[in-house]
Design a protein around this ligand. Structure first.
Ligand SMILES: CC(C)(COP(=O)(O)OP(=O)(O)OC[C@H]1O[C@@H](n2cnc3c(N)ncnc32)[C@H](O)[C@@H]1OP(=O)(O)O)[C@@H](O)C(=O)NCCC(=O)NCCS
Length: 387
C-alpha cells in the first residue's frame, strides 16, 4: 500500500505521533536508553525554534512516520561566516514499516523545504551506536560525520554543594549576557545569530558569571570594561517545562549488574551514603548552555558555576522534579569537560553530528570541504532549543 507525506496537523495527529514515538522506544534494536515524555505534545522541542516544519507519513489514514526540522542562522568558525542551517530531529518510522523508504521520503521532503528556504547546510545528531540512523544519513543521504561533542549528565543530590568562598557569582542582565556572548562566543561553531531570542525565551532561567573576589569587577564587563583575569559564564535552560526523561528499566538493571553500588559511589562520590535518584519515574532536567571561560584558573570557576546550577536544581519547585543537570561540550574542549561534574555512567561521550551541503555551486562545496576536513579550533555552541 502507498503512503503519502503531508504536513503535521497539531489537532488530529498528536496522539498518533506520540504512539509512533512510544513504539520506537520499545523497539529492542534501539540503542537509546533514556526515553522522553513529551507531556502530550510530541513536537514540543521544536516549538521554540524561529522557523520549523513537521511532516508525517500517512498510509491508509494511519501515521507510520514523522520528521521535524528547524532553520536558523549560525556562525561557522572554520569558514568564518554566517550560514543558514537546517536541523533534522525526531525522525521516527514505526518499526513494522521500516526499510520501505518511508524514512527516505520524509527526509527528502524536509530537505526540499530546507532548499526552498535557501538553507546552506542540513545537519543532525545521533548516538554514535545508532547504526541504522548512521547508515541512513551517511550511507543513503550523503551526510558527513562532523563533530562528536560529549553529553555530560550530573545527578542532583538534594544536599547543597559548597562553593569556594573566594568565588563571586553574579547574575547578568539579558542585554549584558547577549553582548558578552557575541563578544566571546560570536565566532564559535554554530553560535546562533538569534542568541537574544534564546536568552529571552521563557525556558531560559538566566545567565550567571563567576570571577575570583578582588579580581576586577563585572560591572562594566559588557561595555568594554576591564576583563577579570579569570572568568566563566553560563546560562540555564529549564527543559522540564516541555518534556521529561525516564531511564528505560532494562538499561537501569543492566547498568546496576555491570556496576556495583560501590563503584557508582566512586564514580559519583556525592551520592555516597545516599540512595540513587529514582530515574525510573519521569524527571526533569536543566540544560547548561553558553558555557565559556578564560584565564589559567578558570576551571575552578566553571566548577563553581556548575555547583551553583546544581544547587538551583536541588531547590527547584517540586513539580519540576529536576533530577539531573545536563551539558554538552565539544570533544576538544578539555577544560570544560574536566571541570563540569558528571556521572560517566549516564553521560554520552560521543554524540555524533553529521552535516550535508544543500547548495552545489563551487563556493559552497569548497566551504563544505573546509568545514568537514579542518579540525575545529573553536568551541561548539549547543543550542538548548535542539536538546
Ligand atoms: C533510521 C530510520 C528512520 C530509517 O527509516 P526507514 O524508513 O527504515 O529507512 P528507509 O527504508 O528509507 O532506508 C533507506 C536506507 O537507509 C539505510 N538503512 C535504513 N535502516 C537501516 C538499518 N536498520 N540498518 C542499516 N541500514 C539502514 C539503508 O541504506 C536503506 O536502504 P536499503 O533499504 O535499500 O538498504 C528508522 O530505522 C527509525 O525510525 N529508527 C528509529 C529512530 C531513529 O533512530 N531515528 C534517527 C535518529 S534522528
Amino acid at each position: 500500500m502507498e503512503f503519502i507525506i503531508r504536513n503535521y496537523d497539531g489537532q488530529s495527529d498528536k496522539a498518533q505521533v506520540e504512539e509512533i514515538e512510544r513504539r520506537c522506544e520499545v523497539d529492542p534494536s534501539e540503542s537509546v536508553f533514556l526515553s522522553t515524555d513529551t507531556m502530550g505534545d510530541p513536537i514540543c522541542r521544536i516549538l521554540n525554534s524561529p522557523m520549523y516544519n513537521v511532516l508525517v507519513a500517512e498510509m491508509n489514514k494511519d501515521l507510520i512516520g514523522v520528521i521535524q526540522g528547524s532553520i536558523k542562522v549560525v556562525t561557522l568558525a572554520t569558514t568564518h561566516d554566517l550560514a543558514k542551517v537546517g536541523y533534522v530531529l525526531g525522525l521516527r518510522v514505526a518499526p513494522n514499516h521500516r526499510r520501505k523508504r518511508v524514512g527516505s521520503s520524509l527526509l527528502q521532503s524536509l530537505e526540499e523545504w530546507f532548499c526552498s528556504n535557501e538553507v546552506d547546510y542540513s545537519y543532525m545528531a545521533t548516538m554514535k551506536d545508532n547504526h541504522a540512523s548512521i547508515s541512513f544519513f551517511t550511507g543513503k543521504f550523503g551526510y558527513t560525520k562532523f563533530r562528536t561533542p560529549s553529553i555530560l549528565v550530573n545527578p542532583v543530590n538534594y544536599n547543597p554543594l559548597r562553593i569556594s568562598s573566594n568565588i563571586e557569582i553574579v547574575r547578568l542582565k539579558v542585554d549584558q549576557a547577549e553582548s558578552l556572548y557575541r563578544k566571546f562566543m560570536g565566532s564559535d561553531d554554530f553560535f546562533p545569530d538569534d542568541i537574544d531570542c534564546i536568552l529571552r525565551n521563557k525556558l531560559s532561567l538566566g545567565t550567571w558569571a563567576a570571577s575570583f573576589k578582588r579580581d576586577s569587577s563585572w560591572d562594566d564587563f559588557g561595555n568594554n570594561g576591564p576583563v577579570p583575569s579569570n572568568w566563566a559564564m553560563l546560562s540555564v535552560w529549564n527543559s522540564a517545562k516541555i518534556f521529561n526523561l525516564r531511564l528505560k528499566e532494562a538499561t537501569f538493571s543492566c547498568m546496576l549488574c555491570r556496576k556495583s553500588q560501590s563503584l557508582i559511589d566512586k564514580v559519583f562520590p556525592c551520592l555516597k551514603g545516599s540512595a540513587l535518584p529514582d530515574f525510573l519515574r519521569p524527571f526533569g532536567f536543566y540544560f547548561v548552555y553558553g558555557l565559556c571561560c578564560d584565564g589559567p584558573l578558570c576551571g575552578k570557576l566553571v566548577s563553581g558555576l556548575c555547583k551553583f546550577v546544581h544547587n538551583m536544581a536541588a531547590e527547584s519547585e517540586d513539580n519540576e522534579n529536576i533530577k539531573v543537570v545536563v551539558s554538552e561540550v565539544g570533544g576538544r574542549d578539555k577544560i570544560k569537560h574536566h571541570h563540569i561534574p558528571h556521572w560517566k555512567l549516564l553521560s554520552c561521550q560521543e554524540d555524533l553530528w553529521c552535516i550535508k551541503a544543500l547548495k552545489n555551486n563551487d563556493e559552497a562545496l569548497h566551504k563544505f570541504h573546509e568545514l568537514t576536513n579542518i579540525p575545529p579550533t573553536r568551541a561548539l555552541f549547543v543550542d538548548p532549543r535542539e536538546v
